[in-house]
Design a protein around this ligand. Structure first.
Ligand code: SF4
Length: 208
């Protein structure tokens, strides 16, 4: 009877303050939840609030999961990319990865921001020689400009032989420095392309 009276007062008080238990039902009051569930010491499920019970993992609403690799460093921890309606809603560690067993360091755990961060620049910016401002240019135009400059540098600095007459067939006019965000396949293609162009200075940040 004492407990019921306490519950009634608590419900009354909540009702007056607009807080709570009365509106959600008397049995939401913790002591009554404990009695109802046989959880006398409040160490079981009755200690959880309605809000806690309704919490769900961020990934639950995903309609597709894609396996990936963390783009940040050469450790190559496994990641799972969760998508909903073709948009990324979360990126977590992949428990099946033999490298990381589902773990990600703080940087890797923040990969979601890499693709969703509002400060990330997603357009091509170009600062022309002696220019003081960055200009936005189309990606197609930027790609053409890169290709034209590479051809010009290669043509103008092509070395056929060294001083002793030994064959070189190379150019020292350009170099490639890959970043850790490049994966195996991208590095393979870069090395193949630049070697075919006669570029010998090909390196990756992860080796430096
Ligand atoms: S999670 Fe951390 S350690 Fe693993 S690849 Fe990414 S940056 Fe490197």
């Amino acid at each position: 009877m004492i407990v019921v009276e306490m519950a009634r007062r608590a419900a009354d008080s909540d009702h007056k303050s607009g807080n709570g238990y009365a509106g959600r039902g008397l049995f939401e009051w913790p002591v009554l939840r404990q009695l109802r569930d046989g959880d006398l010491f409040g160490l079981g499920g009755s200690a959880a609030s309605q809000r806690t019970r309704e919490l769900a993992p961020r990934t639950r609403s995903a309609d597709r999961v894609v396996g990936s690799v963390c783009p940040y460093c050469a450790v190559g921890c496994g990641q799972l990319v969760y998508l909903k309606n073709e948009r990324i809603i979360d990126i977590e560690g992949d428990p099946a990865s033999p490298i990381s067993n589902g773990n990600l360091c703080p940087k890797g755990a923040a990969t979601f921001q890499l693709v969703t961060g509002s400060h990330r620049e997603s357009r091509v910016l170009y600062r022309r020689p002696h220019g003081k401002e960055w200009e936005r240019i189309p990606l197609e135009q930027a790609m053409d400009m890169v290709a034209e400059r590479m051809k010009k540098a290669r043509d103008e600095h092509w070395e056929v032989k060294n001083d002793k007459g030994e064959p070189l067939r190379r150019t020292m006019s350009m170099a490639s420095l890959g970043g850790a965000t490049l994966d195996n396949e991208e590095n393979y293609l870069i090395k193949k392309l630049f070697t075919a162009l006669g570029v010998v200075q090909v390196e990756n940040q992860a080796r430096i």
